[in-house]
Design a protein around this ligand. Structure first.
Ligand SMILES: *Cc1c(COP(=O)(O)O)cnc(C)c1O
Length: 350
């Protein structure tokens, strides 16, 4: 049967109202890639797999939630959607709104959105508004706007976003035949870790697939869940998780704790080193935030807090590397240029 997107695929598992009218770009069904060379670099002796969510239609996992949020909004007659975004939600909302024939308004923190994400939101025809402030300021404005005006809010405080996003947990279980021992993933506004936990629990209750322990990873400069208090001025190269007041922070902490896992923080240097390692060892290029889960796993193994022996570990890589070319193009300083002569080429290659 032809693939139809996450809502038709998992409809019976999703708590979506009857008026839902499916708007899909055939999101989901992303590869779960074994990464043995990376596992060996981390000490070996365990199975490591990457859920490569950058291969969704707009380049991030946000599409799983957005198909659900926009499908529900269309079904109840909404004419426009609005969201605050560190970038990927904006591109995703813009794409699904275009697909549905709706207007999309996206609020982004001024100057803090990666190039590929801003380009996406513009390409799909959204009205992009920059806010002089952080993501958290933008989200507060969006909430105030939607209280006053008939715009559909499609941030992950919209419960249908989580309904769509939990399909990633279903896919992992369907591919492995059970839940992994550990799942590691980046944590920003904390919708995704909450959704994965919902999905794993639901599948386990219905068909005994087991439960993973969750390792949620924040960037050290934006780690409110590790510090135990909001961060006024979050800073990190991983702009997708540059969030100081996670909307679903309580639920994320609860999910990590219930699972027997934890939420930790890693430095920007650790994140960038992992982004590079994953690309150079395995051919998987992800944006910086997407490497945070793996960077956290590496840190836990290195410190001896975590023994991976014999485990099956899934790392969620949330967005494509093309989203944030700047993170890599800092290295263009090392590019060499040669005159169009073989001898010159031989000299730099051999
Ligand atoms: C949104 C996003 C995250 C964080 O997800 P939350 O649900 O906000 O915790 C991580 N990585 C990427 C690439 C994202 O776009």
């Amino acid at each position: 049967m032809a693939y139809t997107g996450v809502i038709p695929r998992y409809r019976e598992w999703l708590n979506l109202p009857p008026h839902t009218q499916v708007i899909s770009l055939l999101e989901g069904d992303t590869p779960l890639v074994l990464v043995p060379r990376l596992a060996a670099q981390l000490g070996g002796g365990f199975d490591l797999l990457v859920k490569y969510e950058g291969l969704n239609p707009s380049g991030s996992f946000k599409d799983r939630g957005m198909t659900a949020a926009v499908s529900e909004a269309v079904g109840r007659g909404a004419k426009a959607v609005i969201c605050a975004s560190t970038g990927n939600t904006a591109a995703s909302a813009a794409a699904y709104a275009a697909r549905a024939g709706l207007k999309a308004v996206v609020l982004i923190p001024e100057g803090k959105v990666a190039l590929g994400k801003l380009a996406g939101a513009l390409a799909y025809g959204a009205q992009v508004v920059q806010v002089e402030g952080s993501f958290d300021d933008a989200l507060r404005l969006v909430v105030e706007m939607t209280r006053k005006h008939p715009l559909a809010l499609v941030n992950s405080i919209n419960p249908y976003r989580l309904e769509g996003q939990k399909t990633a947990a279903f896919e992992v279980c369907d591919t492995l035949g059970r839940a992994p021992d550990w799942l590691c993933l980046p944590v920003g506004n904390a919708g995704n870790i909450t959704a994965y936990w919902m999905g794993f629990r639901q599948y386990h209750e219905a068909q005994g697939t087991g439960l993973p322990r969750l390792l949620g990873v924040q960037a050290a400069g934006a780690a409110p869940l590790v510090l135990g208090h909001p961060v006024e001025h979050p800073e990190t190269v991983a702009t997708a998780i540059r969030i100081g007041r996670p909307a679903r922070g309580e639920q994320a902490l609860e999910a990590a704790q219930q699972s027997g896992g934890r939420i930790i923080a890693v430095s920007d240097d650790e994140i960038l080193a992992m982004q590079r390692l994953l690309a150079e060892e395995e051919g998987l290029w992800v944006e910086p935030a997407s490497a945070a889960g793996l960077a956290g796993l590496a840190a836990e193994i290195r410190s001896g807090r975590f023994d991976p022996a014999g485990k099956t570990i899934v790392a969620v890589c949330t967005g494509h590397g093309l989203k944030d070319p700047d993170a890599v193009l800092r290295r263009t300083a090392d590019l060499v240029t040669v005159p169009p002569r073989l001898a010159a080429l031989e000299e730099v290659i051999l």
